[in-house]
Ligand binder design. Sequence first.
Ligand SMILES: *[C@@H]1O[C@H](CO)[C@@H](O)[C@H](O)[C@H]1NC(C)=O
Ligand SMILES: *[C@@H]1O[C@H](CO)[C@@H](O)[C@H](O)[C@H]1NC(C)=O
Ligand SMILES: *[C@@H]1O[C@H](CO)[C@@H](O)[C@H](O)[C@H]1NC(C)=O
Ligand SMILES: *[C@@H]1O[C@H](CO)[C@@H](O)[C@H](O)[C@H]1NC(C)=O
Ligand SMILES: *[C@@H]1O[C@H](CO)[C@@H](O)[C@H](O)[C@H]1NC(C)=O
Ligand SMILES: *[C@@H]1O[C@H](CO)[C@@H](O)[C@H](O)[C@H]1NC(C)=O
Length: 612
Amino acid sequence: MYTLVLGALYLISTAYATTIGSIQGPTFLSAYDGQTLTNITGFVTVKGSSAFWLADEKFDDQVISTGITVFSTSPAVLGSVQVGDLVSLNAKVSEFRPASRPNDLHLTELVSPTNITVLSSGNPIVPIVLGRDRSPPTQYLSSLDSGPDGFLSVPANQSLQDMPDRQLQPASYGLDFWESLEGQVVTIPTPISLGFNNFFKEFWVRGDWGATSINSRGGLTITFGPDGIPDANPEAIIVGTPLDGTENVPTALGNVYEDITGVITFQFGFYYVLPFTAPKVISSPNFSVPPSAIGPSGAGNVITVGDYNVENMAPNSSHVPAVANHIAKYLNMPDITFIQEIQDDSGPTDDGIVSANLTLTTLVNAIQEESGILYSFINIDPIDKQDGGQPGGNIRQAFLYRAERVKLLPGTPGGALDSTSVREDGGMLSLTLNPGRIDPTNVAWTRSRKPLVAAWETPSGDTLFTINVHFSSKDRSSSTQGDARPFVNGAVDQRTQQVKVATDFINSILVLNKDANIVIAGDFNEFVQTRSVYAPFDGLLAEIDESSGLDPVERYTYIFDQNCQQLDHIFVSNAIAGRGTLVEHVHVNNWGSDINTRASDHDPTVARIIVS
Ligand SMILES: *[C@@H]1O[C@H](CO)[C@@H](O)[C@H](O)[C@H]1NC(C)=O
Ligand SMILES: *[C@@H]1O[C@H](CO)[C@@H](O)[C@H](O)[C@H]1NC(C)=O
Ligand SMILES: *[C@@H]1O[C@H](CO)[C@@H](O)[C@H](O)[C@H]1NC(C)=O
Ligand SMILES: *[C@@H]1O[C@H](CO)[C@@H](O)[C@H](O)[C@H]1NC(C)=O
Ligand SMILES: *[C@@H]1O[C@H](CO)[C@@H](O)[C@H](O)[C@H]1NC(C)=O
Ligand SMILES: *[C@@H]1O[C@H](CO)[C@@H](O)[C@H](O)[C@H]1NC(C)=O
């Protein structure tokens, strides 16, 4: 590598062309940042509205990019070159990062080009074919994510990626791989879309190369790699706005495209491929999602449990009928359904109303229309604006339950600030307040939802404790492809505290009866691969996906960036896990044909447990 850098210096110091590879070099940042170089020669590979791209003829070096952005908004400059021209020019090397995005990686650019001279024209543009000429690594993003949980390790931001002399290791690390292609033209063979397009119609893909943790829909799930470290899915790239002014069409998880040819760049926190033209879909998966095979058992000791984050549901929300249909026809009317994100009766209007009676009544009536069965419901009104979420919405968790199947154990419902606890009476466990909240004034719950707990009698006469949680969200996370390593996983410290407080409560039950039936479920806003958060559960609870033997790649309820991921979980006490469990994540939302078809950003889950 050093030989190459020295070679480049030699080239620059004489009357020879300056190659693109010598500017890019084997490091994240160019050794020539800030310098004006003369006689830079390269082939024009593609033009956009504010840049054209140059490349060397050869690209056989796996470490050094031989492509580069020439930034210019001048019509005269852009008009002076054509794709296929071999040109020479003078320009300044600039490591660009917008001031408004201080955590972005830098883009190596040539700026203020002068003396652009066309040396020849009509030369062929030869893309690097990914999957054939070289392939991305499949597990790690950065050599700096070296903690026990890989890219999910805490504490975050222990070092910065973009430091001078940071050598590229593209065979091992995703950021290094894509950086080694920065400015180069690539072909992505048979791309598969990894989720819906975003607001700007951008979407993530993987190509036909050796990807890992592929699920049945073609997506990439966050799993543990073969070495037990989380797999960050670096073998994916986001497709940006096409360079020719065409528009990406709406897409969905699992759509297959014609080969995409485009140029690799870094913008808005991620490595992108900017396609020459809008990619064309050649096939789509079956958008009709089958209902869960888990249905009511009828047996008194077999209980079905649903879990669904219904995304800011207000009484007049247009997604009420779809959610009702999902619960009735796809989750098959679980005995107890854990719901998150029920808003108060005035929705997001900030008017001091905290009751959600109308919202929940609207939902259960809509479910009754679909199923003929009227759920009962319980929830606890929060103190106005103290639990986070959409301002004025006062989101909270609720239990919908089939009163003909399960009975709330006797007890007074708790208020927003009342802490419930377990009590023992003649060998029977119950709650001082039923339903109640767990330690609601604990700082762990500041600006966040307090867990809703209920104790039930099952048809078999057994006692079941249920804890419905909605932990602090990942808002304000930094990009997983940003400068801070590991990336900043927003509110991870608060979620860690929340798990601890919930665990104290669970322990207060287990200390009285180690075989107690306990289910804690909801939107934990965290992957189990962030093991540091869930450590207090070790030995006490089993994630139902694990106790049910669900294939790890099928464990997802949410899609963010390139990752199918699991924010929603059901954990059960050892007594329940030991009797055998079933679980299904029902992808009624994330398997839709387009983002506008989904009722919620989360998929619901249904599970079956045995309580005696
Ligand atoms: C630019 O590079 C070319 C190719 O090496 C060389 O022939 C030419 O003399 C150089 N021009 C200048 C002005 O240095
Ligand atoms: C401009 O480019 C031409 C062709 O490479 C070269 O002969 C000339 O010396 C360059 N002029 C400057 C000022 O760099
Ligand atoms: C990471 O830490 C640096 C200080 O070392 C700080 O300037 C930067 O804002 C932090 N980045 C993030 C994303 O928090
Ligand atoms: C699509 O899936 C549905 C089940 O959800 C099934 O009934 C239908 O036959 C499938 N269509 C095709 C073409 O496979
Ligand atoms: C629901 O009501 C609120 C406040 O009255 C209003 O802003 C919102 O647009 C309504 N939503 C729908 C889907 O009708
Ligand atoms: C909840 O709403 C239902 C139906 O509108 C009504 O009958 C009931 O009295 C309300 N309960 C409370 C506590 O406001």
